[in-house]
Design a protein around this ligand. Structure first.
Ligand SMILES: *Cc1c(COP(=O)(O)O)cnc(C)c1O
Length: 380
């Protein structure tokens, strides 16, 4: 049976064109891009052209784009690097309680090294208050790190306003844009960010590849030491096949971004309407307006997410409770708890995340499976 994949916030199926763009580099074009011979020069030129494409997509220059092993490394690099270069000015960092573990756990490690972190709460829709950010700023605040959109509930944070404040106060600003890059248009100039993290596998590219945008690379630091790749800022032989696949995925995203958004919006509306119609007591989490349409967080009545996910799985439907990174963990989602949900309701919450390959039939079938479960239960 073909699966119905409703877990795009965890990862996406690589686009066929992205896979095809990788294939030559797994095989014939294997040379080390740092070498001097022609085949290597060709690969180096191709990497440069992808860097330029990504820079154009973000409205910046190629010298600000650095390839990494993915969103996690980009987050670590931005946060640790910023803390390091600013340490003589201060040790205070502002973030939110709903960040991805790649940011949260990096901040925790900095706390153990003497930094002070303010984790701002969010409202019931998962939105951090801009005035809370302003109020949290102290003389020794050096960095603000706020995610663009949350991976569990899809809420989009007011990063443009936060960027203006950070910029005005001379505080560095990092945005984890892993869920939004390639999904909604991003202009790093408009956002006033100093650092922005993105990942390939959340936009129909291969895993193990991402970028960090660095506004002023000449005044930044590396956190990995080795060779002189990535303009001396990120050592290690380039993951050439993944960069090729990522580049193709970015170019596809660029042409499809509005169609993808419209598609997810249509599916979201259908999903919400059908669930409301067929399943008693459903509750939708996150913001209604400021949201990535592809992420739908639903709390069900009287059934645990675990039970529902097993039923969905036995019908070939892939979805998650909370995030993939928390799957298998017994701890309730820190994101849902931050939105004021109690543990018990959090344990009844499922995240559905749609994408390009999903159809209206997928949604209708998924809701039917859930509806059948509830109807069967009310009979017995
Ligand atoms: C997936 C994700 C990451 C981690 O990216 P990887 O490329 O898997 O390391 C970081 N932040 C957010 C918001 C994510 O959704």
């Amino acid at each position: 049976m073909d699966h119905i994949y409703l877990d795009h916030a965890a990862t996406t199926r690589p686009d066929t064109a992205s896979v095809e763009a990788m294939l030559p580099y797994l095989n014939g074009e294997y040379q080390n891009p740092s070498a001097i011979y022609q085949p290597a020069v060709k690969i180096r030129a191709k990497i440069s052209s992808i860097r330029a494409d990504i820079a154009g997509f973000l409205n910046t220059s190629p010298s600000s784009i650095f390839f990494t092993s993915g969103g996690t490394e980009s987050d670590n690099w931005a946060v640790r690097g910023a803390a390091h270069i600013m340490r003589s000015k201060g040790r205070h960092i502002i973030s939110t309680s709903i960040e991805h573990p790649a940011v949260l756990n990096t901040l925790k490690s900095l706390e153990s090294e003497g930094y002070e972190v303010t984790y701002l709460p969010v409202d019931k829709n998962g939105i951090v208050s801009v005035s809370d950010i302003e109020a949290a700023i102290k003389d020794d605040t050096i960095l603000i790190s706020v995610m663009h959109a949350n991976n569990e509930i899809g809420t989009i944070e007011p990063v443009e306003q936060i960027g203006r404040i950070a910029n005005g106060r001379g505080i560095l600003f990092h945005v984890d844009a892993v869920q939004t890059f390639g999904h909604i248009p991003i202009d790093v100039e408009k956002l006033n960010v100093d650092f922005l993290s993105a990942s390939s596998h959340k936009i129909y590219g291969p895993k193990g590849c991402g970028i960090l945008y660095i506004k002023n690379p000449s005044s930044f630091v590396k956190i990995l030491y080795g060779g002189s790749q990535e303009n001396g800022m990120r050592p290690g032989t380039e993951n050439v096949p993944a960069i090729m696949g990522f580049g193709e995925a970015v170019n596809i995203a660029r042409t499809r971004i509005n169609d993808d958004l419209a598609h997810d919006m249509k599916l979201r509306k259908l999903f919400m309407d059908k669930l409301t119609e067929e399943v008693p007591g459903v509750k939708f989490n996150g913001s209604k307006e400021s949201v990535l349409p592809g992420i739908l967080s639903v709390t069900f009545e009287g059934v645990t997410a675990e039970t529902l996910l097993i039923i969905l799985d036995s019908n070939g439907i892939c979805a998650s409770a909370g995030s993939a990174c928390a799957a298998g963990a017994i701890e309730p989602s820190h994101v849902l708890m931050s939105c004021g949900m109690d543990k018990e309701s959090a344990s009844r919450t499922v995240r559905f995340s749609t994408g390009r390959e999903n159809t209206e039939e997928d949604i209708i079938f998924t809701v039917k499976v859930i509806g059948d479960y509830f109807r069967g239960r009310s009979k017995s």
